[in-house]
Design a protein around this ligand. Structure first.
Ligand code: PAF
Length: 295
């Protein structure tokens, strides 16, 4: 069953009602999972929601295009919004054998920011100013502030994020630890098109040529992975050489970071690392990443 609600009081009341009904039906401690989204849902989001239904009896999907994480007004305006289509997508999500209650929390901007913005802002700190944060100043402060609001509103046992936004998932994980927020985080693998392109709400902005060119991002990551036992410089060079063959793709950054700190790895680093790429394909900015094992 899917119910949509747009107020903070409303979503809290709905969660309380669903919990009480589950307890009455014999579920001793019903669990709540939160999947924060900005809508324009695709199969990557569906994978998050499907995983959430395995972990909790009540799944809250928030749909809120958060203005405080956009620095360009133009990006905020052109961000795709289609609540009706999103609700249809969510209603088709099949859960496991127990029947999950699916709550769609879709507040308006003034429900989340009654006075226009918040005076209190969660700072993402050093790791929030690199990579995505360097290209988009203040972006992660906006993300962490809205995610902390959503966590306070929904109070989930677990919150789910996609691996595609690896830096976001890392920073939310750090915020949960640093601020002792009573929830846990699960990061769900990236869902890809057949040719490797990571699913993203932005893919719809690509024209046919750009769509073909955008395969380069995942090919760069594959090249990096194949060079993983030959040192960090070779890893970077292997990925760069793929990008050089595609004039429509302008790489913004290509980095290899330590998953524990999100700092760039040096030559001595062994074991798990994350290769991240951001690139403009035409006027659309795409990101992707892959875990590699440096030998
Ligand atoms: O990844 C997103 O869609 C957004 O950054 C999030 C986590 C929903 C916060 O607005």
């Amino acid at each position: 069953m899917t119910e949509t609600v747009d107020s903070i009081a409303g979503v809290r009341a709905l969660i309380a009602r669903e919990k009480a009904a589950l307890v009455a039906a014999g579920v001793a401690s019903p669990r709540v999972a939160l999947v924060p989204t900005m809508g324009a849902l695709h199969n990557g989001h569906v994978a998050l929601v499907e995983r959430a239904t395995e972990l909790a009896e009540i799944v809250v999907v928030s749909i809120f295009v958060n203005p405080t994480q956009f620095n360009a007004a133009e990006d905020l305006q052109r961000y795709p919004r289609d609540l009706e289509a999103d609700v249809v997508t969510l209603s088709a999500v099949s859960g496991p054998s127990h029947s999950t209650s699916l709550v769609v929390f879709a507040p308006a901007v003034d429900a989340m920011y009654p006075s226009g913005t918040t005076q209190t802002i969660v700072s993402a700190g050093r790791a929030g100013n690199t990579l995505e944060g360097r290209s988009r100043a203040g972006h992660f402060d906006g993300v962490l502030t809205v995610v902390s609001k959503l966590l306070n509103i929904v109070r989930p046992d677990i919150v789910l994020f996609g691996q595609k936004d690896a830096q976001q998932a890392f920073l939310v994980g750090r915020m949960i630890t640093d601020l002792d927020i009573a929830t846990s985080i699960e990061v769900v693998p990236t869902v890809r098109e057949d040719d490797g392109l990571a699913l993203s709400s932005r893919n719809r902005f690509l024209d046919e040529r750009e769509r073909r060119a955008s395969r380069v991002l995942s090919q760069m990551l594959e090249a990096a992975e194949s060079a993983a036992d030959r040192g960090i410089d070779t890893v970077i060079a292997a990925a760069q050489s793929v990008a050089m063959g595609e004039p429509l793709v302008q790489v913004d950054y290509l980095a290899v970071v330590d998953p524990a700190t999100f700092s760039p790895v040096d030559d001595d680093h062994r074991g798990r690392a994350i290769v991240l790429v951001a690139a403009k394909v035409g006027s659309t900015r795409l990101i992707d990443n892959e875990t590699i094992y440096l030998g």
